[in-house]
Design a binder for this molecule. Structure first.
Ligand SMILES: [Zn+2]
Length: 454
């Protein structure tokens, strides 16, 4: 047990790199023997496992894109019948959103993958305050295709000796289903008085505000974990304020960055430290030059990619996740950890920098500015064709205090967007409920480029 929970993030970079190299050799050899996609790719490109002996050699391995994966997810599942039973037994299937088609793609998780996730959860306790005896509430929607985070909540809680309450939001229409409406969830959560809430930021905030509006308290609440959507500084502060408003014992907000495909999460040791890679023994992170596929040095922005080092279900090598970021391997100035990469800038969605009316616009940066504008609760930007021209439509949910003076509020938002992009947007004020209600599975997409999706 000692070695399992050892904080390997305090190992020297050299020692980590050596371990990663050893695991990479095993992973590549397994893929060559029994991974339909990579076996074919390696044969086609004349690559043998001997060519990929170290983390540095990995630079010569082709990049896998999300499009490659969703085109044939079954081909990414490792199939070897000579591995230990834990590496062959299927523990669960989770689904990742498809590319533009929206068809979810299955991600296979073996027992070994599941155990590995639980062990990493134990290691994460240094970053996330989950205590033995805590009660955690999952506010993730109950979806027909199980989401990664929803399934992992039970693994994480149980690994840390906490209990989990699943609330099953996501009621839709007249369908007879076990989903609960927000009022029912509120009643249930108030009865249980949890220490930790975990969900999608916009839904967690909506939930806490509903509780606050009734004057009832969640006095044991200490931690809110959020994942699945970008979290602006303004949103983070709104959640903290909402925790205070429900009488929470503490107001820690933990933003988790990860992906269903990766099967791991990156978190900050303190707000603003940058996301730490918490599993350098399971996942190798790098940033790539999108043109050449070569690894970018520290401090240079590129496409974030990861390589599974010990997966036995769905296995991905040099998988470009679709986000841009800057990594650093310098010791963290806050916690002093030396053993893994930290994302010092980003993540930015690659699709966030787009051409609108002939001008390159960083929609992520613009969203951040609008979110910080006084009176803005949350927002969504839609890029669309209107009368044959590109146009920018911003849907903004004003804070309750704004209702008296909507015109000047709209002007204010418009000025922020004009200053950031030199484009005059159409501003639409909507309620927070409308903004979240329109989102599939309660997940608010801040940027929608309808030109690509139509
Ligand atoms: Zn740190």
């Amino acid at each position: 047990m000692e070695t399992i929970v050892e904080d390997i993030l305090r190992w020297s970079p050299e020692r980590i790199k050596e371990l990663q190299g050893k695991r990479l050799r095993e992973a590549v050899s397994r893929c060559f023997r029994g991974h339909p996609h990579y076996r074919k790719l390696m044969e086609r490109q004349g690559i043998t496992p001997d060519d990929i002996q170290t983390i540095d050699d990995l630079e010569n391995f082709p990049v896998t894109t999300k499009a490659d994966f969703v085109a044939n997810p079954e081909a990414f599942r490792l199939q070897l019948d000579d591995l230990p039973v834990e590496d062959q037994a299927l523990s669960r299937i989770i689904y990742t959103t498809g590319s533009t088609t929206g068809v979810p793609a299955p991600v296979y998780v073996t027992a070994a993958d599941h155990y590995d996730y639980m062990l990493r959860s134990v290691r994460r306790r240094d970053f996330i305050d989950i205590r033995k005896g805590d009660l955690m509430v999952s506010l993730f929607p109950l979806t027909p295709y199980p989401m990664g985070a929803a399934g992992r909540a039970i693994a994480e809680a149980s690994a840390c000796g906490a209990a989990l309450l699943e609330t099953n939001p996501g009621h839709s229409g007249d369908l007879v289903s076990p989903h609960r409406r927000t009022a029912e969830i509120m009643e249930l959560v108030l009865e249980h008085q949890p220490h930790i809430l975990w969900g999608i930021p916009s839904y967690v905030l909506k939930f806490l505000k509903s509780v606050a509006s009734t004057g009832q308290q969640l006095h044991r609440l200490r931690v809110v974990m959020v994942t699945g959507e970008g979290l602006s500084k303004a949103m983070e502060q709104n959640i903290r304020d909402a925790m205070t408003a429900v009488g929470a014992e503490d107001n820690n907000v933990v933003n988790r960055y990860g992906s269903t495909e990766q099967g791991s999460a990156m978190v900050e040791c303190v707000p603003g430290s940058g996301f730490h890679d918490l599993a350098p023994d399971s996942v190798f992170m790098e940033v790539l030059d999108p043109e050449t596929g070569k690894r970018c040095p520290d401090g240079v922005e590129g496409e974030l990619a990861f390589t599974h080092l010990n997966r036995s279900g769905t296995t991905l090598l040099r998988f470009a996740v679709g986000d841009r970021a800057v990594l650093s391997h310098e010791p963290c100035p806050h916690c002093g950890r030396t053993g893994s990469a930290r994302m010092v800038s980003g993540p930015f969605r690659s699709g966030d920098i787009v051409k609108v009316k002939g001008t390159l616009v960083n929609l992520a940066a613009m969203c951040d500015l609008v979110s910080k504008t006084p009176g803005v609760e949350d927002m969504q930007v839609i890029v669309e064709y209107k009368d044959g021209l590109d146009s920018l439509r911003i849907r903004v949910a004003p804070h309750e205090s704004v209702s008296v003076d909507k015109d000047s509020f709209v002007d204010r938002v418009q000025r922020v967007v004009q200053k950031a992009t030199s484009i005059t947007p159409q501003i639409e004020t909507v309620s927070m409920g409308d903004l979240i209600g329109a989102a599939a599975a309660g997940k608010l997409r801040r940027v929608i480029d309808q030109r690509k999706e139509s």
